[in-house]
Design a protein around this ligand. Structure first.
Ligand SMILES: C[S@@+](CC[C@H](N)C(=O)[O-])C[C@H]1O[C@@H](n2cnc3c(N)ncnc32)[C@H](O)[C@@H]1O
Length: 219
């Protein structure tokens, strides 16, 4: 895609009861794990109806203020409920997920939004080319182990445009995944290059949103 945002020149490169020690043994969830979830239920997290999800989406969009973006990336788009909302803020939006069943629902849901492209991608093994001035990781990082979170943070750092915004949205209650939401967000924030980045947080009883905003050097 041409005419998109410019990359920074100096970019560096659920559960419950399981204890942190046991969870440390869990590796990044593979595609079969999610394919089984979507086979059992086409909307496994009840994105279309749950009040938790509606509140989370409203808070996520609220963190964007009135801003619009030229090229957005949504990682782990699932069935496209958040995608449809993000698409209204982006000239172009690339939404990726590891599961084809989810992507086909997402394509249908966003069929009238010609600015959205969907791709099957297993992050961080696969990563899109180019730069983005909006990147959204909503409820995805804690499915990765710490090594893959660090890889993802470095890839995202290299792909976030000079004045770009990156959102991390994470459930913070108990889960049975490789990381908790707090561990995943804190590690990502630690790895992502802090130079010229301002960070804003929103926390409530069930989720947190971290907004990383890359400032140009003149700011
Ligand atoms: C809990 S859903 C989040 C959906 C959406 N982001 C939201 O907040 O409404 C997590 C999604 O991430 C996808 N996913 C998990 N691991 C992934 C990976 N390594 N690469 C790409 N997608 C992944 C899953 O298939 C699932 O659809």
């Amino acid at each position: 895609m041409s005419g998109g945002p410019e990359c920074p020149e100096n970019a560096r490169l659920a559960t419950g009861s399981r204890s942190a020690a046991l969870r440390q043994g869990l590796r990044t969830r593979d595609s079969a794990y999610f394919e089984n979830l979507y086979t059992a239920n086409p909307d496994p997290w009840n994105f279309t109806e749950s009040s938790y999800e509606q509140d989370k989406y409203a808070a996520t969009l609220g963190m964007l203020g009135g801003r619009s973006f030229s090229r957005g990336l949504e990682v782990g788009c699932s069935i496209g409920v958040l995608t449809k909302l993000l698409a209204t803020r982006c000239s172009e939006l690339l939404a990726v997920d590891i599961v084809e069943q989810a992507l086909s629902q997402a394509r249908e849901r966003c069929a009238l939004q010609a600015n959205v492209t969907f791709e099957r991608m297993h992050v961080p093994e696969h990563w899109p080319a180019g730069c983005f001035d909006l990147m959204v990781f909503s409820e995805i990082l804690y499915f990765l182990d710490k090594t893959d979170i660090a890889r993802t943070a470095n890839l995202a750092n290299a792909s976030l445009a000079k004045d770009g915004i990156l959102l991390l949205v994470n459930y913070t209650e108990t889960i049975d995944e490789p990381c908790t939401g707090n561990e995943a967000a804190d590690l990502f924030l630690q790895i992502f290059a802090p130079e010229n980045v301002s960070i804003t947080h929103l926390r409530n009883s069930s989720f947190r949103i971290d907004v990383l905003e890359r400032r140009s050097h003149s700011d």
